[in-house]
Design a binder for this molecule. Structure first.
Ligand SMILES: [Zn+2]
Length: 213
């Protein structure tokens, strides 16, 4: 936990909140000038109750307990701002659906924010998503550990359903390649004051494939 040994007020508030076992969603009511607490809710998949032994590999209950994480508020705001700005650089003449993404890599000592936007193609099938554009640019620069990925859709306004501003399946698999337990994905809610729905990779892509070398 950042600043765990620092007796500043922000740290004490954070420790108290964690001790209570709860946090808040981003901009969800418990503000802190330096840190934002985010609760990732518990999440599970019901097992398939089937007597057929050939389907027995589906048995079991996939469950993730609730998890509270803390993030620098200023950094969250910056990532959302950068993702929003990137939507202006999208090439989306066919769909008109402009998306921007901003990543910060854990193994980048300069802590640069690398952005990307969706780039469509006349063939349609060769269209590249903003998330992959940003993440693969970071990977091509030599970075391998994703810390934050912020995504913003230009059409998003407060109340836009999550499914209309979330990652597609292909991007989730690419994300899996460079993600770890500390990786957080921030989905812009379109509010004036930047706010986001927050996920870790296990909540976005349970049982995602990863080739272990
Ligand atoms: Zn995608």
């Amino acid at each position: 936990m950042p600043g765990a040994t620092c007796p500043c007020r922000a740290t004490l508030e954070l420790q108290a909140a964690l001790a209570r076992g709860n946090g808040c969603r981003l901009n969800g009511g418990m503000e802190n000038p330096l840190l934002t607490l985010i609760t990732l809710p518990s999440w599970g998949v019901q097992s398939l109750d089937c007597e057929d032994p050939t389907l027995s590999f589906y048995a079991g209950f996939f469950y993730l307990p609730a998890r509270t994480v803390s993030v620098e508020t200023a950094l969250l705001h910056r990532l959302i701002h950068e993702a929003r700005a990137a939507t202006l650089r999208a090439y989306a003449p066919f769909s008109g659906f402009r998306v921007g993404a901003a990543v910060l890599m854990a193994d980048d000592p300069a802590r640069r924010v690398i952005t990307g936007a969706n780039v469509e193609n006349s063939s349609y099938s060769l269209t590249q998503c903003a998330e992959r554009t940003a993440l693969q640019t970071a990977a091509a620069a030599g970075h391998r550990r994703l810390r934050y990925l912020a995504v913003s859709c230009a059409a998003t306004t407060p109340g836009t359903p999550l499914r209309q501003r979330s990652l597609c399946g292909s991007c989730r698999q690419v994300l899996r390649e460079f993600a770890d337990d500390e990786t957080l994905v921030l989905l812009d809610r379109g509010t004036v004051e930047p706010s986001a729905d927050v996920f870790d990779v296990e909540r976005l892509l349970p049982h995602g494939f990863r080739f272990e070398r």
